[in-house]
Design a protein around this ligand. Structure first.
Ligand SMILES: Cc1ncc(COP(=O)(O)O)c(C=O)c1O
Length: 459
């Protein structure tokens, strides 16, 4: 079947889409008067839509996924070859790419040892929640079954994952949610909740307060994003992670780091937690693992966690009784292996650190000119600019105006993002996460478009 589109086909494609596709995260009323966006081709950092308009994609496929950029022949070739040889066998058995990628991944994650495959970030997180619950049943006499999560963090779209949504608008109208999840305060110093010198430690102490309120013997784990992504690009302040680690140790609470966004290079290290010297018990990852060339997610654990699921071979209920059908697809790990090779061979972690600094420097420079930029933050190539109506009071900018900035960049041929249906009244942060191959010129073009858009929308 030939899927390449000629200009004459495109209105038929758009009509088929309009008639039959239910798009993610969007109200379809708008498509009665405007065309849905159909992206038909990509190369490097650039994509083309069905009308032939070229864009520079500053958000790696809209949701921070295509870390190595579009049009990678070597990944396509590796996937094709693997599919012809062996496309699928359930994860009860092994596969060549599954074994080799697990080995390669673990080589980048000292202290971790086991990889459980599934196919979305939500699912990877749900695996951890199930493991924590099973550990509670089998090793803590039914205690330690609660899971803490943080305000403004997001961990996925399923009901279990939404039970740990720190973003009210994501969770609204989909409840009721299961018991056993409790929220801890966010750690964004720009929107501070405590007037103290050492904000990082204070924000982490707030976790201890929740543990004491809930009862330490009821709390089994805490899930945290290393850098909060969709909740507004929040880089935890100095001192935060050290204290979190201490608290987890003190109360025997397993630490689950959700690297679905930050994992595999996004922040300039293989994993976001590696900036902070953290020793997690679980690490989950998805988006950048194979840069969107195949669906794959991983739930990675320590050997100590793994051991708790194989201590009693005589008990038919003692192992992790879970399967993800498509966790047995070989396209994911084979694409992931090649993705990792590219990041290593092309020095993309270094590039991410350099280009990330450039994004922050450019956005910070724009603060002189544009008083609506209240705060600039980020780590590696994951950056945000929070827009405010008043810099002194930090009153959040009206969401419609933030959306107008995104729309104007789009009209200029630059796709940027913003916090979206995340926090009531606080969807006011512009988000940038270009592919890790971005050059200085690309970055300048992206921040230049934001400069123009801010001038256009706010004068
Ligand atoms: C931090 C984080 N965790 C989990 C998820 C859920 O991943 P998925 O959409 O692959 O289920 C997301 C998605 O944006 C995310 O940002």
């Amino acid at each position: 079947m030939n899927l390449s589109v000629s200009p004459n086909d495109l209105s038929a494609v758009i009509e088929a889409d309009r008639a039959h596709v239910w798009h993610h995260l969007i109200n379809h009323k708008g498509f009665e008067t405007a065309d849905p966006r159909v992206i038909v081709e990509g190369k490097g950092l650039r994509v083309w839509d069905a009308r032939g308009k070229e864009y520079i994609d500053a958000v790696s496929g809209a949701v921070w996924t295509v870390n190595v950029g579009y049009g990678r022949e070597s990944i396509a070739d590796a996937v094709r070859d693997q599919l012809l040889k062996m496309n699928y066998f359930a994860g009860v058995g092994g596969s060549i790419p599954g074994a080799l990628f697990a080995e390669k991944l673990i080589s980048k994650m000292p202290g971790m040892s086991r990889v459980y495959y599934s196919n979305s970030g939500s699912e990877a997180n749900e695996k951890v929640y199930k493991m924590v619950r099973q550990i509670a049943h089998r090793h803590h006499g039914g205690k330690k079954w609660k899971i803490l999560y943080r305000e403004r963090d997001y961990h996925g779209t399923t009901i279990g994952a939404l039970a740990t949504s720190g973003q009210a608008e994501r969770a609204m109208q989909y409840g009721p949610y299961p018991d056993g999840f409790a929220m801890v305060p966010h750690c964004l110093e720009y929107r501070k909740q405590w007037d103290v010198e050492n904000y990082g430690e204070r924000a982490a102490d707030a976790i201890e307060e929740v543990i004491l309120r809930e009862g330490p013997d009821t709390v089994g784990a805490i899930v945290l994003e290393p850098v909060t992504a969709g909740g507004g690009v929040i880089v935890p302040p100095a001192g935060y992670w050290e204290r979190v680690q201490e608290i987890c140790k003190k109360y025997n609470i397993l630490l689950h780091i959700d690297e679905v966004v930050c994992g595999v290079g996004r922040t300039g290290t293989w994993f976001g937690y590696q900036h902070y010297g953290i020793k997690p018990d679980f690490v989950t990852m998805a988006k950048g693992v194979a840069s969107g060339y195949a669906a794959i997610s991983c739930t990675v654990t320590t050997e100590a966690v793994f051991d708790m699921f194989k201590d009693n071979a005589a008990d038919p209920m003692s192992h992790f009784r879970d399967i993800s059908t498509f966790g047995g697809c070989t396209a994911g790990p084979v694409a992931a292996l090649e993705n990792m090779r590219i990041i290593e061979d092309e020095g993309l972690l270094d590039n991410t650190l350099k280009m990330g600094d450039r994004v922050i420097a450019n956005l910070t420079a724009l603060m002189d000119k544009h008083k609506v930029i209240g705060d600039v933050r980020g780590k590696g190539l994951f950056c945000g600019a929070e827009l405010v109506a008043n810099r002194a009071t930090k009153e959040p900018m009206d969401e419609k105006k933030v959306a107008a900035v995104v729309a104007d960049c789009n009209a200029q041929g630059v796709i940027i993002g913003m916090t979206n249906r995340s926090l009531p009244g606080l969807n006011n942060t512009l988000c940038l996460s270009p592919a890790l191959i971005a050059t200085a010129d690309d970055i300048d073009q992206i921040t230049g478009a934001i400069d123009n858009a801010l001038t256009k929308v706010f004068g």
